[in-house]
Design a protein around this ligand. Structure first.
Ligand code: DQA
Length: 142
């Protein structure tokens, strides 16, 4: 069975409360339940991790090299400027899929840049919680 890691970055623990017009009313616990049940359907063994700290996300990415077959990463705002997270993804030889709840390209210009996109296998954005589920589908085919 493939082992996959889902990482929620900064402020994603606030989804459901935070800017509901953009991120929806569903909280992170309900999103995580959907992720876990979809992973189960796809016969993936799934672990979920959330942190607001760049270093903790980097530590987790480094560990995932030997512990997981792939990663679904919503790096939150770090997506747009964290070269350290980009380097951590480049350092591991397992597929990482970039996801976002919102369509970042419809939003402020600073969200149009992803410094992690060039080191990810691909990206899915704009489908709310389904962005994570679509990313699991993609990982299961790799
Ligand atoms: C986000 C988009 C980012 O620009 C933002 O900073 C987030 C959430 C998303 O899932 O839509 O925190 O990653």
């Amino acid at each position: 069975m493939k082992k996959v890691l889902v990482i929620h970055g900064p402020n994603l623990n606030m989804v459901g409360i935070r800017e509901p017009g953009i991120y929806g009313n569903i909280g992170i616990d309900a999103i995580n339940e959907k992720i876990m049940s979809h992973a189960h359907e796809l016969e993936l063994e799934c672990t979920i991790f959330q942190s607001n700290f760049e270093g903790a996300i980097i530590d987790k990415l480094q560990q995932s090299r030997t512990e997981f077959d792939g990663v679904v990463l919503n790096a939150g705002a770090y997506t747009h400027y964290s070269i350290a997270i980009r380097d951590a993804i480049a350092a591991i030889d397992i597929p990482v899929i970039e996801v976002h709840l919102s369509n970042v390209h419809k939003r402020e210009e600073f969200r149009h840049t992803s410094v992690i996109a060039p080191v990810c296998v691909g990206g899915i954005y704009g489908f709310g919680k389904n962005s994570y589920l679509l990313a699991l589908n993609a990982l299961s085919t790799l």
